[in-house]
Every structure is written in structure tokens, then in C-alpha cells.
Design a protein around this ligand. Structure first.
Ligand code: NAP
Length: 247
């Protein structure tokens, strides 16, 4: 685990980001826990203790990303890593036709691409100084499509950007990687979107016959932030139960 400086985790209030924050805090790391809603972040900080600093911010906006960077700077620890786990499939389409499609894609872009890009760019100097690690949370949908809509395409954009980041951070001793999980239903991502039957069907599509857990994904992310992963950079790692092979 990252030992020097805080690790900024977006999407830390729920799901995979929460599991990452839990692992990091248990290993003694300082965590800057970011999400839009303060309640889940405050609950997390209450459970995990003072090494978790909750910051309510929308990192798909310049102001939100800058607020996170300002908090990190004020804490004076430096930034050992960023885990960009914020994302998902926002609803809220109000128009039909092409205007509605534009709204959907714009919202997916902001939620999944800009949320990662603005956060990492706001912290870029601090990451560089600390030889920091960047982990972008993508999805198996980037590898096989998402069954319609732009979610998989937006996650795939993170892959090419991670390759550039890896090139840029490498000379400073830093790394950048992508973690592209498969089906992890105990998350906000799937809340209200799964019947018992569809949950079983999706689990059955894997080679191991079961769904993944947030903590299994967090374990891989924790490894990428840790001392044994300094030579792992510019890679897409997909913990997915074998639903997509070769990653
Ligand atoms: N669950 C799966 O099966 C699965 C599979 C592949 C990939 N993923 C990806 O894994 C990542 C984590 O999702 P999850 O499954 O753990 O679902 P989740 O529980 O919904 O986590 C997403 C978190 O991101 C936060 N968030 C969203 N937009 C944000 C923004 N603009 N600024 C700050 N925080 C923001 C949300 O909190 P607020 O609403 O409070 O901001 C939420 O806590 C996502 O990128 C998702 O696309 C999930």
C-alpha cells in the first residue's frame, strides 16, 4: 500500500471505492475520500477513523476537482495515489431522438471520463512529486461493449488516456493502470437495476459461476498502489470471473 502521502479515492462513499478506502485505511494509509453526497463519506470516516478525510465534491467539475486538490495541499502530506472510481450510468434524459442521445452521451462522458481526468489533472503536480500511482476504474464493458449506449465507449476512453499517463508519470517514478471489473452487484451501480433472476444469469456467465465482490476489486487496486507493483504500468487488468478472457 502507498506509504507516503494521502491516497485520493473518488467514489469512496459506496461500492468499490468504499472497499478501496477500507483496505487502505486498514493498512494505515491516509485516505482522502471523495464523493458528491456527504452522508456516505461521513459514515465511512466515522467507521474507519481519523486517517480518512471526507471531501464532498463533484469531480466532474473544475471546482470540485480543485476543491479536492486544495484539501490535499492543505493537509501537507503529498499525494501518493489517486483511485478514480467515481462513475456509472447517470439517468435523467429529458429529450427524445438525437437530442436525448446527446444528453445521455454527454452525461456518461462527464460521469466516467471527466470525473477521472479533472481529478488526476488537478492533482498531477502532487502525484508527480510523490512518484504517485494512478488507478482508473473502467469496466469489462470497455472490452466487450455495454449492450447499447455509450458506457463501454466512455470507459474505453480511459484506457488510451492511461497509456499516455503511464508514459508521462514513468520518468517521475509513478505508474498508471486501469482496473476494468466485471459484474459486482453489491454496489450503488446496480442498485434497483437487478432482479434475482438477472443477477443469477450474469453470475452464471462467468467461468467461476459467481459474481465479484467490491473487496476483490479493491484487493487488486490495493496491490497496484503497493510496493510490489512499481513495475506494473500502462496495463488494463480485468477482474471479471473469466467473462472476458485474456486480460
Ligand atoms: N458494480 C459493477 O458491476 C461495476 C462493473 C464495472 C465497472 N464499475 C465501475 O466501478 C466504479 C465504482 O462503481 P461501483 O460499482 O462501486 O458503484 P457505486 O457504488 O455507485 O459507486 C460510484 C460512486 O461514485 C460516486 N460518484 C459518481 N459520480 C461522481 C462525481 N461526479 N464526483 C464524485 N463522486 C461521484 C458516487 O457517489 P455520489 O453519488 O455520492 O457522488 C458513488 O459513491 C464506477 O466507475 C463504475 O462504472 C462497476
Amino acid at each position: 500500500m502507498a506509504e507516503h502521502g494521502t491516497v485520493v479515492v473518488s467514489g469512496a462513499g459506496t461500492g468499490i471505492g468504499r472497499a478501496v478506502a477500507g483496505r487502505l485505511a486498514a493498512a494505515g494509509c491516509h485516505v482522502t475520500a471523495v464523493g458528491r453526497r456527504p452522508e456516505p463519506l461521513n459514515r465511512l470516516a466515522g467507521e474507519l477513523g481519523p486517517q480518512v478525510d471526507p471531501v464532498a465534491a463533484d469531480v466532474a467539475t473544475e471546482a470540485g476537482a480543485e476543491a479536492v486538490a486544495a484539501r490535499v495541499a492543505a493537509a501537507g502530506r503529498g499525494c501518493a495515489g489517486v483511485v478514480a472510481a467515481a462513475g456509472g450510468i447517470p439517468g435523467g434524459r429529458t429529450a427524445g431522438g438525437l437530442a436525448g442521445i446527446r444528453q445521455d452521451w454527454q452525461a456518461l462522458f462527464e460521469s466516467n471520463v471527466l470525473s477521472a481526468v479533472l481529478l488526476v489533472e488537478a492533482l498531477r503536480e502532487a502525484i508527480g512529486k510523490a512518484s504517485g500511482r494512478v488507478v482508473l476504474v473502467s469496466s469489462v464493458a470497455a472490452l466487450r461493449g455495454s449492450g447499447g449506449g455509450g458506457y463501454g465507449a466512455m470507459k474505453a476512453a480511459l484506457h488510451a488516456w492511461a497509456y499516455d499517463l503511464a508514459r508521462e508519470l514513468g520518468p517521475q517514478g509513478g505508474t498508471a493502470n486501469v482496473v476494468a471489473p466485471g459484474f459486482v452487484p453489491d454496489t450503488g451501480f446496480w442498485s434497483g437495476r437487478l432482479s434475482a433472476e438477472s443477477r443469477q444469469e450474469r453470475a452464471a456467465q462467468t467461468l467461476v459461476g459467481r459474481e465479484g465482490t467490491p473487496d476483490e476489486v479493491a484487493a487488486l487496486i490495493g496491490w497496484l498502489l503497493g510496493p510490489d507493483a512499481g513495475w506494473m504500468t500502462g496495463q488494463v487488468l480485468s477482474p471479471n470471473g473469466g467473462v472476458v478472457l485474456g486480460r
